[in-house]
Design a protein around this ligand. Structure first.
Ligand code: FPP
Length: 249
């Protein structure tokens, strides 16, 4: 089969599409190096792919898309690169929020935005507010996100509720934990995609990914080159898998 965009789109629509797809957009730095550009420019091209991803997700009928934009570990990068990523978030919102909002996408931030530079935090708060009533596509942006930190935060919130008598300790369940994560009320990701060939999840959605299918691209396929047809191919491959959730068919 030749993997053209329209052919793949038609194919995948013949089966159930995943409800929630999460993506580790890896390889911007390697892409930049390959093209003799700065890492920041690599991220800039990465943002363009992220926008394309939203269009393709809508075409495909995917309801929830989560992207890993900035991890709690990414602060270890040079201040220049961190600054460029923070600025890119602002530019992205200023330039694209009207279109995203009119397309019916609701932006939710996964992560602690209080630690972001003021300009970025304000832009992000604006984007969240502007799209809060939308329900066509749920676009989650993991920003200053760490999966273990998210679990610690949930544990603290639950402990507080137990202490205050809001819930009984015997009623704390897996659902209680889910309800206290940034993704509360959302389905767990059916599929996690990682570009650029690395076989790890890097602290991304550790609780939510318990039964996610994982799709890793070829190492040469870097995020800025991850055109819509590759995304559709990952979904097509996902649809060929047998998800048993621990049961026997
Ligand atoms: C990984 O590539 C990518 C990131 C750490 C950032 C991803 C961010 C974007 C695509 C832009 C969207 C961001 C915002 C804030 C709106 P890498 O730099 O680790 O690449 P490498 O492994 O090749 O060095």
């Amino acid at each position: 089969m030749s993997y053209t965009y329209n052919r793949l789109l038609k194919k995948i629509k013949q089966k159930d599409v995943p409800q929630h797809v999460a993506i580790i957009m890896d390889g911007n730095g390697r892409w930049a190096k390959m093209h003799k550009l700065s890492r920041s420019i690599g991220h800039k091209y990465g943002v363009e792919r992220m926008k394309e991803l939203l269009r393709v997700s809508k075409d495909a009928g995917i309801k929830y898309v989560t992207v890993y934009a900035f991890s709690t570990e990414n602060w270890k990068r040079s201040s220049q690169e961190v600054g460029a990523l923070m600025k890119l978030a602002v530019d992205f919102i200023n330039r694209d929020i009207d279109e995203i909002a009119s397309e019916g996408a609701k932006i939710t931030i996964l992560g602690d935005i209080s630690a972001l530079p003021e300009e970025t935090r304000e832009a992000v708060e604006y984007a969240v507010k502007k799209t809060e009533k939308n329900d066509e596509l749920y676009f989650n942006v993991a920003l200053n996100y760490g999966g273990r930190a998210e679990i610690v935060r949930a544990v603290k919130k639950i402990a507080e509720d137990v202490k205050n008598g809001v819930i009984d300790i015997d009623c704390v369940s897996e659902q209680t934990v889910s309800d206290n994560l940034f993704t509360a009320g959302m389905p767990d990701p059916d599929l996690i995609i990682r570009t650029a060939g690395e076989f790890r999840l890097s602290n991304f959605l550790p609780y939510q990914s318990a039964y996610s299918e994982i799709w890793i691209s070829d190492p040469k396929l870097l995020w800025p080159d991850f055109a819509g047809k590759y995304f559709l191919k990952a979904i097509y491959d996902y649809q060929q898998r047998d998800r048993r959730f621990g049961a026997v068919k």
